[in-house]
Ligand binder design. Sequence first.
Ligand code: TYD
Length: 215
Amino acid sequence: MERGRFITFEGGEGTGKSTQARRLAQALRDRGINVVETREPGGSPAAELIRKIILSGAAEPFGPVAETMLFFSARDDHLTTVIRPALERGDWVICDRFIDSTRAYQERAGKVKSDLIRSLERTVIGETWPDVTFILDIDPETGLERARGETGGGPDRFEDADIEYHKKIRTAFRAIARSEPGRCVLINARKPADDVAQTVWNEVSLRYDLDDEDD
Ligand code: TYD
């Protein structure tokens, strides 16, 4: 059985990545591919527990290093119990946020030492790197406005930060996209959702030789 493909969606708040992840999953299913849709932080029962702790802000007093380790603890369980078994079955995995969020939020914006992140990456992720990562790019003013409209409730631990912080996140994601052009595809998320979905599909169908009709 051929290993499945691992595709991640990344970006700041309100870029529409969850919608795009869902649309790609549907387009693949329409072509008979088994798809596991998942997200981080979370994606497995144990990791969802850690998600609650992180996003409530309860771990914030322990500082950015501890928070980073919590993200990796959640990721370790998610990889072990959900992602690797799915890929080994030949399913495709589509994940809403993954390692690049840690690189953007904790490493580049949060100033957690790169050495620590690289070391946790080696231990926790090992060989299970995404095959393709779509980085959805939007100016933070528009993104935050969209995100607040979506959730309705109060901001979570990270949405609550000031605009300068979100600008740093955007810069960080763009830098990641530039530094790994083979894996990462940077997409202008101001475009209508249909256009973004078409760009995503074109890329995936080209890379994996799927037929290229729109979903
Ligand atoms: P979520 O509500 O899933 O946000 P979104 O809808 O924007 O994806 O909350 C996830 C938050 O956690 C988001 O603000 C980004 C942050 N995060 C990190 O800081 N590091 C990480 O490694 C991950 C996966 C997420």
